[in-house]
Design a protein around this ligand. Structure first.
Ligand code: ADP
Ligand code: MG
Length: 609
């Protein structure tokens, strides 16, 4: 073929492929245009996941009659004139690509009237070609309707997912903008049903309540950090809401980030948010956060990708640090036991009152008094740590200090005395106090025990222990390992795996034991294979047990992991009701106990009592 310039239609279609990936991209571009036009009221309507119809109506400034046609051509924009303008972009759009791209791949109708004209315009475009253009009466603002999206790009049409998936993407886009622009009233209607609505009060909190529900909102704390002028770094403001430490999710999809009013995906900044919860959240749990990050426009490059979902910061570390600090401060000031003490919520009197109860023997009582003395002397922190340990205890029946376990799980009998967490040693052992002395608990071994028993309980009750993997992953194994997997397939299925042969020595992981939902399926399968390799005659019941133990080992908190007092307390509470709390599933001890007597002896106090 000879080299020839592409004609405009082909160029437009190629460009459209970049900007308009799916129906939700149309919604995004249209909503951005409405926001740029200063709309205070934006109504979005979609049918068939946007395949059939997308309509966005706004009360913005509208487009002048003499500019309507121009607005539909590529690289025509009212938002940018010079290269320098690119350095200080304050609008959401600037590439002048969206309308022309949409028009190229759909049947589009644009109805608009500019604020300073009496008559409006109506344009119909089909596959990029203008079919009609006339002057009509219209309300001020713009209504853009797309029908038959991708009707002329069958390849793209084929790649669209089920209506439900596309509907969800649309909801996400609208939700993002509704959060970023709480001063704007948003309504979203999908297939005739209103699915989302905000009131445009101007408060992020109102939008959050509308979108997440009041229960979730109540479990979030406000983040509000002004830039520090003394830092000499880029000025970063971080505002919004972040979840309390005991409100988390199994994935990071609710970490929503906005930079200068634009929803962005930035794994580094997301990680800063997760980092802010260090030691507050267990492995595999993620916070919920909605953060509005503001930086000077010149410090930000939004022109990275046609969809503008990625941005580049001149000083990414400054943003990382600012976000991490702001969230950390908000979460800590909420969760800190010191804050509680200062706030008067937990006075040391409460601690004393909630101390060990009546039926302790004389020795224990004496010991308890000593402990209280210790707590008093060790100052605020020790008092407060005590408070945290006791705070979650709610009166219920026979045991006023027990917390409910699991979700609706029947209460198991207690196999250990009630223990109170004192602290952590070497990020590996939990120091706890009980009615008869000190207990040192190996956090990893104890957690393994807890997981093992809960897994086995579910397993024996034939409760579902399996969870589908959303994005099924394939694992490639050596021929020998693949044979092993095949051989043990029934056992693996029994404990919740669902593996499907996918090619020579390859398996698709369709489901994993629920406990492993957050782990990397490849790593899990690999470690199980290595266990199988080590032998045990096939068909032996023990192999099942071995796999389960391997799974628990994989999921249990590791030595070296710093735990919050709440995490430790929750772990101890569960251990107290394990059938065999004293050993891990591999038979190693979980607890070392030193009685008050032993302690007294060691300190040479034995005779003095
Ligand atoms: P961009 O937003 O990057 O400028 P678009 O192709 O999305 O490019 O839009 C082209 C132009 O059409 C915009 O610059 C704006 O002037 C005008 N326009 C588009 N949508 C609207 C709207 N809803 N209200 C007013 N003007 C609009
Ligand atoms: Mg635009």
């Amino acid at each position: 073929m000879h080299i020839q310039p592409l004609d405009d239609h082909v160029i437009a279609k190629i460009a459209a492929g970049e900007v308009i990936e799916r129906p939700a991209s149309v919604v995004k571009e249209l909503v951005e245009n409405s926001l740029d036009a200063g709309a205070t009221d934006i109504h979005i309507e979609a049918r068939g996941g946007g395949r059939q119809l997308i309509r966005v109506s706004d009360n913005g400034c509208g487009i002048r009659t003499d500019e309507v046609e121009l607005a539909l051509t590529r690289h025509a924009t009212s938002k940018l004139r010079t290269v320098e303008d690119l350095e200080r972009i304050l609008t959401l759009g600037f590439r002048g690509e969206a309308l022309s791209s949409m028009a190229a791949v759909s049947r589009m109708t644009l109805l608009t009237r500019s604020a300073d004209e009496d008559v409006g315009s109506q344009v119909r475009v089909e596959g990029g070609a203008v079919r009609s253009l006339k002057q009509v009466g219209a309300p001020q603002g713009t209504i853009i309707t797309l029908e038959g999206l991708f009707f002329n790009t069958p390849a793209r049409l084929k790649f669209l997912k089920a209506d439900n998936t596309e509907r969800r993407h649309i909801t996400t886009v609208v939700m993002n903008y509704a959060l970023a622009y709480p001063q704007v009233r948003f309504t979203l209607q999908q297939d005739g049903r209103e699915t989302l609505h905000t009131d445009g009060t101007g408060y992020l909190s109102d939008a959050l309540v509308k979108l997440f529900g009041v229960d979730d909102f109540k479990r979030m704390v406000e983040v509000d950090a002004e830039p520090d002028p003394r830092s000499g770094r880029m000025a970063v403001t971080v505002r919004g809401y972040a979840s309390e430490p005991d409100f988390s999710r199994g994935d990071r999809t609710r970490i929503l980030l906005f930079v200068n009013g634009r929803a962005v995906q930035d794994s580094k900044v997301s990680y800063a948010v997760i980092q802010a919860y260090h030691t507050f959240l267990m492995n595999g749990r993620y916070p919920v956060a909605v953060l509005m990050i503001e930086v000077p426009p010149a410090e930000l490059d939004v022109n990275v990708h046609p969809t503008k979902a990625e941005v580049r910061f001149r000083d990414p570390n400054a943003v990382f640090t600012a976000v991490q600090r702001a969230v950390r401060r908000a979460v800590v000031s909420h969760a800190s036991p010191l804050a509680d003490v200062r706030g008067g919520a937990m006075r040391s009197a409460d601690v004393e009152q909630a101390s060990w109860q009546t039926n302790l023997g004389a020795v224990e009582r004496q010991h308890q008094l000593d402990m209280n003395g210790y707590i008093e002397d060790a100052g605020q922190y020790a008092r407060a740590a005590g408070a945290i340990g006791l705070r979650h205890q709610q009166p219920d029946g026979d045991d006023p200090t027990a917390i409910p376990e699991g979700m609706g799980a029947p209460r198991k009998p207690r196999t250990l005395p009630l223990l109170r967490v004192v602290g952590q040693v070497a990020a590996a052992y939990i120091v706890a106090e009980g009615p008869s002395g000190m207990y040192l608990v190996d956090q990893h071994a104890a957690h393994e025990r807890i997981l093992y028993e809960s897994f086995m309980a579910a397993y024996h009750e034939q409760a579902p222990v399996s969870q589908q993997v959303l994005d099924a992953q394939t694992v490639q194994l050596s021929p020998a390992d693949a044979k092993l997997i095949e051989e043990y397939m029934p056992v693996l299925e029994g404990v919740g795996f669902q593996l499907e042969a996918f090619g020579p020595n390859m398996f698709t992981v369709r489901a994993v034991p629920a406990m492993l939902a957050d782990a990397n399926p490849q790593a899990v399968v690999a470690s199980i294979v290595s266990d199988l390799e080590l032998g045990e005659t096939p068909g032996e019941g023990a192999i099942e047990d071995k796999i389960v133990r391997r799974i628990c080992k994989q999921v249990a908190v590791k030595a070296g992991q710093v735990l919050s007092t709440d995490e430790m307390q929750s772990l101890i509470r569960q251990l107290e009701r394990c059938e065999s709390p004293h050993t891990c599933p591999h038979g190693r001890p979980t607890i070392l106990h030193m009685s008050a007597d032993q302690l007294a002896k060691e300190f040479g106090r034995a005779g003095r009592r």
